[in-house]
Write a protein that binds this ligand. Sequence first.
Ligand code: UDP
Length: 245
Amino acid sequence: MVKTREKVLGYGIDLVSFNDALLRVDESIKNKSGMQIITINPEMISQGHSIPEMNEILNSAELVIPDGIGIKIALKLKGVEQERIAGVEFAKKIVELCEKNGYKIALLGAKEEILNKTAENLKKEFPMLQIVYARNGYFSKDEELQIKEDIKNAAPDVVFTALGAPKQEIFNKEMKQLLPESVFIGIGGSFDVWSGVVQRAPEIWQKTGMEWLYRTIKEPQRFKRIFPALPLFLIKVIMEVRKEK
Ligand code: UDP
């Protein structure tokens, strides 16, 4: 039997191709089955180990796609060859799918001007796209209640949440209870990229799995977040593989 999921440090990751993952999203929207998508990376796995809510979310998400080079290496250490599915690219394909099939979308996250520019750029690229809700990602607890109510009333088929992890995953999980038939995806800094404010690494860096290094050079404050998390994560995976043998 072909394995469709592999566990890394306790959390299942879907072994899917980019296109199959996209098909699953389309099916979920068509069948109104509801779906929370996680674009998992080593940081989120460590959040799962320390934040009970994140632990529950990582265990219950319907689709967990392997984002980030750390996950690709971890799977390789476990003997699985898996293509990396960059969340920012995958989410863009979902936007395209939504335009093509007339699905409605909501955008939540990033700073006001970035959010506006993102919506403007998406409208340019996908003229028939129905954006039924768009709001920046800076709000109080009281405002959050209103945001949830507004998103519920807008009834989007897909909600793109760009608040950073684990905030976006927790928001999506709670929101899914109010809109159980919709698809939810947390996409971190994707609006910064879609707005044109942040550039992705040139293709050669992406292809060689070095995008993280490029981003770290461009945004040195990321260094503190990524290191020592990445090597530590890989050491834990190596220990897990040894135990399983
Ligand atoms: N953000 C937000 N509200 C917050 C905190 C963060 O909307 O309270 C946004 C922030 O502006 C950025 C994104 O969330 O657009 C997080 O990006 P980051 O690069 O940290 O996420 P990553 O891709 O590393 O998960």
